[in-house]
Design a protein around this ligand. Structure first.
Ligand SMILES: NC(=O)c1ccc[n+]([C@@H]2O[C@H](COP(=O)([O-])OP(=O)(O)OC[C@H]3O[C@@H](n4cnc5c(N)ncnc54)[C@H](OP(=O)(O)O)[C@@H]3O)[C@@H](O)[C@H]2O)c1
Length: 258
């Protein structure tokens, strides 16, 4: 089951890759209304999704069957204040922002409790997302199923406890940004070794998928997995960036925690 109409408040990156994911999976689910104050973002979003209604205010998107809050945490407060009077009693509100808890959302919406939170990731664009979702206690079971049905074409959407969502924001939402520079570098190197670009990209993609699956599915612990390959040309550098991961991402997680 799918909502008949979906609103997005904020028409930026997350909105675009979710819409891209649905288009790729067979089409947009219902009619789409997107609100964003930035004219450049509106133009870009309208060009990419001609059938969507792209508007400058947030009341249009808020009046739909389901509305995603796709703005950064500092903007959440003003968005909640602005849409509180415009929500229908049967609307479902799904926030995509870290930090703003279900309790804060409910308070900011004057007690409105048909709420969920989700932290999507960019691979949703190609149907390979990992989009954990936490439901507000007042959201009835059929509406929870409707949210899950909507997210399913974008990838996995496990139900998780709300306290874990900021961890997922660091691990899976921002995670691609840690890996992409390394993987593009490898792709470019592959081309200097004689592979053409599509072949290098396919080789890197297969290597990364298999590497991750070996960690998850081999039953081996970290030392045994690392020992599968005897030569580690970047061992010293890895020690440095592992330390940086701990420092930078640990601090960011502490900052994101509500
Ligand atoms: N991108 C991801 O991979 C990802 C993954 C998981 C979760 N998220 C979360 O999703 C939210 C949006 O992220 P994003 O990556 O889409 O950011 P983004 O590309 O910067 O897009 C946010 C958009 O919201 C607009 N906006 C600002 N204030 C607004 C308001 N009051 N009403 C309506 N729109 C407003 C912004 O306009 P201006 O440019 O004029 O400010 C911008 O166009 C954030 O909370 C982020 O943490 C993102």
């Amino acid at each position: 089951m799918s909502p008949r109409s979906i609103g997005f408040i904020g028409g930026g990156r997350v909105t675009r890759f979710m819409l891209d994911g649905w288009v790729r999976a067979g089409g947009l689910p219902g009619s789409i209304v997107i609100g964003d104050p930035n004219p450049e973002v509106r133009a870009l979003t309208q060009q990419r999704f001609p059938s969507a209604q792209v508007v400058a205010d947030n009341l249009g998107p808020a009046a739909q069957d389901l509305v995603f809050l796709a703005v950064h945490p500092p903007s959440i407060g003003e968005v909640l204040t602005g849409i509180q009077g415009g929500l229908r009693p049967d609307t479902i509100v799904v926030s995509l922002a870290p930090k703003a808890t279900l309790a804060r959302l409910q308070a900011g919406l004057g007690g409105f409790g048909r709420l969920a939170r989700c932290i999507p990731n960019a691979p949703s664009m190609v149907g390979q997302g990992l989009n954990p979702v936490a439901f507000g206690p007042e959201l009835p079971a059929p509406e929870r199923e409707l949210v899950a049905d909507l997210l399913r074409p974008l990838g996995h959407c496990p139900e998780v406890s709300e306290e874990l969502l900021e961890g997922y924001a660091i691990l899976t939402a921002m995670g691609p940004t840690y890996l992409w520079p390394q993987l593009y570098e490898l792709t470019d190197l592959g081309m200097t070794f004689g592979l053409d670009r599509p072949t290098a990209l396919a080789a890197v993609a297969a290597m990364v998928e298999g590497t991750a699956r070996t960690m998850a599915d081999s039953g081996l612990g970290e030392p045994a997995v690392l020992d599968l390959v005897p030569v580690h040309p970047l061992r010293e550098q890895a020690a440095t960036w592992r330390q940086q991961y701990r420092e930078v991402l640990g601090a960011l997680h502490a900052k994101l925690r509500p």
